[in-house]
Design a protein around this ligand. Structure first.
Ligand code: FAD
Ligand code: MLT
Ligand code: ZN
Length: 571
């Protein structure tokens, strides 16, 4: 029998075994659904988006829209950033917050929950932990005042006051950032956008959404889903992160290869500058060639030159047919072949091509208790998603692709989701890696752009490095538990994570700046999508020339001459 015919029944058998896999998945506690044909997947996806994605994002999810919390591990154990990085010194130009300052902010925002005041009120450190400690539990600031404005005018008055009085400010969204940019370093005031969370308008002819910065990504997507559109960004922290912050970080996520970056999709922004000036560039048109495109500067600026208060974004039509497949492959070369074939054969319906190595899936299994989709282990796994407008057409394309990659033995084994629950569970294997990475104590995260041919070499070399230097092992004596590689293959974006049992300077020293040198030698980028924040600030020179850094410093000085916006970070 030709290989090609053996391949397809194998997929089908595995499809059936998926039901058992579903029932055991801790991230998907809902009972397994009756299997439905792929044609119904999208309706189900729309109906269940709210609950399922929020469940899947677990620690990044927060029903009350407050910043991330991880109640199972006391945050007081996190060292202050100033202790972990003693070279960082508080900028003495900045004033400390006084009772008079608090009085001004209360007068503006009222006596309610919009001001969290540890300056004049008796509060415990724990009241501020959700704002001071970051998602990785690596950075911890010492802020004693959190402000939650409800209008753009509030933001304007707050920033003008801070600028006039030299009070430093850290803008904060859902606090899911992964570079230490979202939390204060010292006593900066946290300006939370969480109460600025209204959808202003949606035009279902053009697909343009205009919404406040503090709208949660999941909610924005649910909103446009009611009009058969999709928010052109999706990521594991969707249940908590905010759309304004997504723009401020130029977040990439899981479907960039299909929908493009924020730089392409954002049509307009409303931004408050540090002196309180409101830059109203909230246009809704795709074309506007009149002068410098200033809004682009704020995309990816990480709150260093202004606060984004609203965005205007182009949302594509939601695809009525979505399929997800999960493959096991025997080598990285095969992964590249599979990617080439996916682009060739699935072309316009390909919406995600994600890479996961065996170590990342094994760590996810250990951390979540979930059973992996395939019975056997493979060195590499890929998750492929297609989104199209015609179910029959998509199924035919997908089947041809599956026949080819199985028949040619590019892929060793695989499953295709048969219903919404299975689809979510396959995605959980990919999205759950972030949480698994830091589950055992801590994680050193490297988010890198590397030419595809060399992308996985870095993971191998890093693993060898830790094996040789005696920092990695199976017992608690060793700080490093595992080195994992995963990421957005479709965007040449590797996530190299060193999963540790604790944060340890020896680990950091063993990998930094070596990892940045490695990337720089291959003309990669030291930050593909997470940004610079505090973690990457001092390494920007590995990806940008001196001329460019000088120009960037000029921009910072022009917009924020007093340097009050998110100090100590970025540049
Ligand atoms: P925060 O973390 O609160 O802030 C991020 C930065 O933006 C900070 O510098 C902050 O000062 C600034 N900021 C916040 N709001 C504003 C504003 N309104 N105006 C100006 N500046 C502002 N990132 C990706 O790119 N791709 C992924 O696939 C991805 N997956 C993730 C999965 C998980 C589980 C987690 C925990 C994180 C992931 N991230 C990913 C990182 C993070 O979610 C993104 O960077 C996201 O855009 C941050 O949104 P946030 O609301 O949490 O912002
Ligand atoms: C992802 O792709 O999962 C995110 O960027 C988060 C991470 O790097 O863990
Ligand atoms: Zn990512």
């Amino acid at each position: 029998m030709p290989v090609i015919h053996r391949a397809i029944p194998a997929l089908r058998r595995l499809r059936l075994s998926n039901t058992a896999f579903q029932q055991q998945s801790r991230l998907q506690p809902r009972p397994a659904q009756v299997l439905r044909p792929a044609s119904q997947i999208v309706q189900l996806r729309h109906q269940h988006n709210n609950t399922e994605k929020a469940e899947a994002s677990t620690s990044a999810g927060g029903a009350d829209h407050s910043p991330q919390e991880q109640p199972d591990r006391p945050q007081s154990k996190i060292k202050y950033t100033s202790e972990s990085y003693p070279n960082l010194k508080r900028d003495s130009r900045f004033k400390e917050v006084t009772a008079d300052d608090v009085k001004f902010f209360r007068g503006l925002l009222g006596e309610g929950s919009a001001v969290l005041d540890g300056v004049t009120q008796k509060t415990g450190e724990e009241d501020f932990e959700a704002y001071n400690a970051d998602w990785m539990r690596k950075y911890r600031g010492q802020c004693r005042l959190v402000l939650k404005p409800e209008t753009t005018e509030h933001v304007s008055k707050i920033l003008k006051y801070c600028n006039d009085n030299l009070l430093a400010v850290t803008p904060q969204g859902g606090n899911t950032g992964l570079v230490g940019g979202s939390v204060p370093v010292f006593d900066e005031i946290v300006l939370s956008l969480s109460k600025l969370n209204t959808v202003r308008s949606f035009d279902d002819v053009s697909g343009v959404l205009v919404a406040d910065a503090g709208v949660i990504l999941q909610q924005a997507d649910d909103y446009v889903a009611q009009h058969n559109h999709i928010f052109p960004l999706d990521l594991g922290a969707k249940g908590t992160c905010q759309i304004g912050a997504n723009v401020a970080t130029n977040a990439g996520g899981l479907r960039l290869l299909r929908y493009g970056s924020m730089h392409g999709n954002i049509l307009g922004l409303e931004v408050v500058l540090p002196d309180g000036t409101v830059m109203d560039d909230l246009g809704t048109l795709r074309k506007n060639n009149t002068g410098y495109d200033l809004k682009q500067l704020f995309i990816g600026a990480e709150g260093t030159i202004g606060v984004i208060t609203a965005i205007s974004i182009l949302c594509p039509q939601r695809s009525p047919a979505v399929n997800v497949a999960y493959f096991g492959l025997e080598s990285y070369e095969k992964v590249q072949e599979a990617f080439k074939e996916a682009k060739k054969q699935l072309s316009e319906i390909l919406s995600a091509f994600e890479l996961m190595d065996h170590q990342s899936q094994d760590l996810y299994r250990q951390a979540s208790g979930a059973k992996l989709p395939l019975e056997n282990d493979y060195p590499f796994y890929c998750l492929i998603e297609t989104s199209g407008s015609n179910t029959d057409h998509d199924s035919e394309k997908l089947n041809n692709f599956l026949e080819h990659v199985m028949g040619e033995e590019i892929v060793q084994d695989g499953v295709v989701a048969q219903d919404e629950t299975q689809l979510q569970s396959l995605w959980a294997c990919r999205e759950g890696i972030s949480e698994a990475g830091q589950h055992f104590g801590g994680v050193y995260k490297y988010d890198l752009s590397i030419p595809l041919g060399q992308l996985y070499d870095l993971v191998i070399e890093t693993r060898e490095r830790f094996q040789k230097n005696g920092l990695m092992g199976d017992s608690d004596d060793f700080p490093v538990k595992e080195v994992i590689g995963y990421g957005h293959m479709g965007d040449s974006n590797l996530h190299l994570n060193v999963a540790t049992r604790r944060y340890d300077k020896e680990v950091e020293k063993a990998i930094e700046p070596w990892v940045y040198e490695w990337v720089s030698k291959r003309n990669g980028s030291i930050s593909a999508e997470h940004g610079l924040g505090l973690a990457k600030k001092e390494f920007i020179g590995y990806s940008r020339s001196e001329t460019m850094i000088a120009l960037m410093k000029g921009v910072k000085g022009l917009y924020d001459p007093n340097g009050i916006m998110n100090p100590y970070k970025y540049i």
